[in-house]
Design a protein around this ligand. Structure first.
Ligand SMILES: [Zn+2]
Length: 192
């Protein structure tokens, strides 16, 4: 008899950021103010973890590197409850606003911040505002370069500013060009 393959019907994921770090408030709350704003992350995550625990659900939490640095207890409590720790970038900066070199630095520093704080290995990444859009596929090369194993940024939706309309709706393998070794510099890498 063949071993039964586990086929999940749902994937439960959470993006972990403060309410004032979302793109819509960018012009209203500057980074300099982040530490002085009242935080809601601790209570929100505590409530969510308790709810998930009651229902015996485990999920993937995409955390900002900023959260791991300034609220390490939040990152540790998520990891300690058995959920997967993954990366959501350090500053919640859209991929489309960064150069390839800046993006590589962002995903590298976030990965090491999260791993240092939680002791968990970080394999996954989700771009703030699902900002890997058509034309920005070079980001996959940077993720591979930084040691990530999967990406959760392609949102199969047609919308101004974000979305990747042709994206598949289920997990799949995609090919990248990973040109760094050929060209000697990641800065010039373009996916197409
Ligand atoms: Zn986000």
């Amino acid at each position: 008899m063949r071993p039964k393959i586990f086929q999940p019907t749902h994937f439960f994921t959470v993006d972990v950021e403060e309410y004032f770090q979302v793109r819509a408030l960018r012009s209203v709350v500057s980074r300099d103010e982040w530490l002085s704003r009242p935080s809601r992350i601790v209570k929100s995550i505590d409530d969510l973890l308790a709810c998930l625990d009651r229902h015996e659900v485990r999920g993937t939490f995409f955390l900002l590197g900023w959260i791991a640095r300034y609220h390490p207890e939040v990152a540790r409590s998520i990891a300690g409850a058995g959920h997967e720790i993954a990366s959501h970038g350090f500053w919640h900066e859209a991929v489309t606003s960064l150069t390839p070199v800046q993006f590589l630095e962002d995903v590298r520093s976030t990965k090491s911040e999260l791993e240092d704080v939680t002791g968990a290995r970080v394999l996954g990444y989700r771009a703030p505002s699902f900002s890997i859009i058509p034309g920005w596929e070079w980001a996959f090369d940077a993720l591979i370069e930084a040691g990530y194993r999967y990406d959760s940024s392609l949102f199969p939706i047609r919308r101004r500013g974000y979305g990747y309309p042709s994206a598949q709706r289920t997990p799949h393998v995609t090919a990248t060009r990973c040109r760094r070794r050929e060209e000697g510099t990641f800065a010039n890498s373009r996916w197409r």
